[in-house]
Design a protein around this ligand. Structure first.
Ligand code: P6P
Length: 341
């Protein structure tokens, strides 16, 4: 009989808080508020197919992408869940051009929240897994007023919590406070996230690569060589690797975290900084994967050390098993050297 493990997210957060006497409980309540928003969004996402929610609003977001109603809904749910707890001084969303001010009576908190309310939303109508991604930083501006843009533009290694919610065959809440990564699966019958994946560790090397190969012609020559290397036959190094690409970052990174391998969204001749956003997608995922023992690079350096310059800046990303990320960096560096010779 397997030992019944009934650890809810709430109970886990409370137990973690007790380990730190100086903890004020603010972070615990912040995480709990995020979990509530996740449950509400999960309920709507799982109603996929209902015309009154699914479908386009006809408007576009800050990046000129058509906004799906669920995008707006997720953004609103997160704002409403987080704007009155008093734990935050400022927020920023992938769906909003500027920073999001918090009502004056609640905006002196010591934390900063950045979130992508519904990443992968172009897949909503196809019922493909999508997700919410979040990052929590400590404010760096003086504590006697609302937060500022500087509070939001901190390098990724300054994150104190990062996580994602994946709305798939089940809804999972995966987060890290920097020492371990834990996954909690939602039991809708009791409305609780239960600890299902304690202390997730990513394999040191995988055998799956994940990239949009439709962009092959635009890639860096070193990346082209790397992908061809993965497709060569060599059982001793698990080659050829399998290719898996869902087109929803949360789903592709979640699989990479659990199974190992590498997810890539590189820069190319058309998009010099790639497509994915540094603050809303790359930094939180890098924090989680590095805590799980993996690596996250922009092709040249740790993503977590990139100094942000703009809220919505994009960043190339190579993320996953340590050996696989090191290998693609090697191929690209050698191609650069070849260019210089
Ligand atoms: P492409 C979804 O739109 C997204 O932002 C990420 O979730 C995903 O990894 C990427 O874009 C997919 O982009 O160009 O391969 O369709």
């Amino acid at each position: 009989m397997t030992k019944m493990r009934f650890m809810t997210l709430e109970r886990y957060i409370t137990e973690q808080e007790r380990k730190f006497p100086e903890a004020t409980g603010e972070l615990s309540r912040l995480l709990s508020d995020l979990a509530i928003a996740a449950k509400v969004i999960s309920r709507e996402v799982n109603k996929a197919g209902l015309v009154d929610i699914i479908g386009f609003t006809g408007e576009t977001n800050v990046h000129g992408e058509r906004v799906q109603k669920l995008d707006e809904y997720a953004h609103e749910m997160l704002f409403k869940a987080m704007d009155h707890g008093g734990h935050l001084c400022i927020m920023a969303s992938e769906e909003e051009e500027d920073i999001i001010h918090i009502p004056p009576q609640h905006n002196l908190g010591k934390y900063v929240l950045l979130f992508d309310p519904l990443d992968g939303s172009s897949n909503i109508d196809a019922n493909v897994s999508i997700g919410t991604i979040f990052s929590v930083y400590k404010r760096i501006s003086p504590g006697d007023g609302p937060g500022t843009i500087e509070d939001c533009l901190q390098p990724g290694y300054k994150q104190i919590i990062a996580g994602y919610v994946i709305y798939g065959s089940s809804t999972m809440f995966v987060y890290s406070a920097g020492t371990k990564v834990h996954g909690f699966t939602l039991d809708p019958s009791i409305g609780e996230f239960l600890l299902s994946h304690p202390d997730i560790k990513i394999p040191k090397k995988g055998k799956i690569y994940s990239i949009n190969e439709g962009n092959y012609k635009y890639w860096h020559p070193g990346l082209k060589k790397y992908i061809k290397y993965l497709q060569d036959i060599d059982p001793d190094t698990s080659r050829p690797y399998s290719s898996r690409y869902i087109g929803s970052m949360v789903a592709d990174v979640h699989r990479t975290l659990l199974y190992g391998g590498i997810f890539m969204y590189p820069a190319d001749v058309r998009n010099k900084k790639g497509k994915l956003r540094l603050m809303y997608e790359c930094n939180p995922m890098a924090f989680i994967v590095e805590t799980a023992g993996g690596k996250a690079s922009n092709g040249k350096m740790r993503i977590l050390e990139v100094q942000p310059e703009a809220l919505h800046e994009r960043c190339p990303i190579f993320i996953g098993s340590e050996d696989d990320v090191l290998m693609v960096e090697k191929f690209m560096a050698e191609a650069e050297k070849g260019k210089m010779m």
